[in-house]
Design a protein around this ligand. Structure first.
Ligand code: IPE
Ligand code: IPE
Ligand code: MG
Length: 226
């Protein structure tokens, strides 16, 4: 047994291209993508080492998309959380959101808060959705929280003031062949292992995840040492 995967982060990319390749509207790709989140989360919940999985669902830059697509994504998120509560309770999964959700509609904010509240004692896995999330935005908000409380800025204090305090990320996977971070978890990814796959998110499977995890376990992580 090599590296232990505790915290996995995913950039779920390629929904739009998946739909366009099929002559469908981009929104159909988002619908298909939401089903894959469920499969991957259920798989992660069954892995004894994995404690949390963080999905990039909506970035601070995604507001640049056409209004109908943004509106669709908001509605999809609301429906996803509404139906997912059954899985969260069955699989003992805690749900948390990171990002600045203050600009979301009241209905969606209530749904997010209610889902966090109902699942707060679940211990098998934490599923974190990054919603209106930007890595730079999170770091800035974290530093402002510390300034407001008069706390000295250190690596530890910034880490503890992030949207949710959690361990560094062990492995990041981005689907769809793009090789960039797109403002995701900039602080938490500083020593993560990275994997980029050509697979579009709606085609991503637990089997492919398993193959990537085996590869991760065999990597040599040095953390600056030798
Ligand atoms: C990722 O898929 C989902 C979100 C950003 C919400 P995209 O919608 O970015 O799909 P592509 O990259 O256009 O194919
Ligand atoms: C990153 O994907 C954001 C999410 C997956 C939510 P994008 O598709 O928005 O990223 P860019 O624009 O290609 O970098
Ligand atoms: Mg994309």
């Amino acid at each position: 047994m090599g590296n232990k995967l505790e915290h996995l982060a995913l950039i779920m990319d390629g929904n739009g291209r998946w739909a366009e390749q099929r002559g469908l509207k981009r929104t159909k790709g988002h619908e298909a993508g939401a089903e894959v989140i469920r499969d991957i989360t259920t798989y992660c919940a069954k892995q004894p080492t994995i404690k949390s999985v963080t999905h990039y669902a909506f970035s601070t830059e995604n507001w640049k998309r056409p209004k109908y697509e943004v509106d669709f994504l908001m509605k999809l998120l609301n429906n996803y959380l509404k139906s997912e509560i059954v899985t969260y309770q069955k699989e003992n999964i805690r749900f948390l959101a990171i990002g600045d959700t203050s600009g979301f509609s009241k209905g969606l904010r209530d749904r997010i808060n209610e889902t966090e509240e109902k699942t707060k004692n679940n211990t098998n896995l934490t599923q974190i959705l990054a919603l209106n999330y930007g890595g730079r935005d999170e770091i800035v908000r974290s530093i402002n929280r510390l300034i407001d409380k008069g706390i000295k800025i250190t690596e530890e204090s910034i880490s503890s003031a992030l949207d949710t305090p959690y361990s560094d990320i062990d492995l990041l996977i981005r689907t769809s062949g793009e090789k960039r971070l797109s403002n995701y978890l900039l602080w938490q990814l500083s020593y993560s292992e990275l994997t980029f796959t050509e697979t579009l998110w709606p085609d991503f499977t637990p089997d492919e995840l398993e193959t990537i995890i085996r590869d991760f376990e065999n990597r040599k992580r040095r953390f600056g040492g030798i």
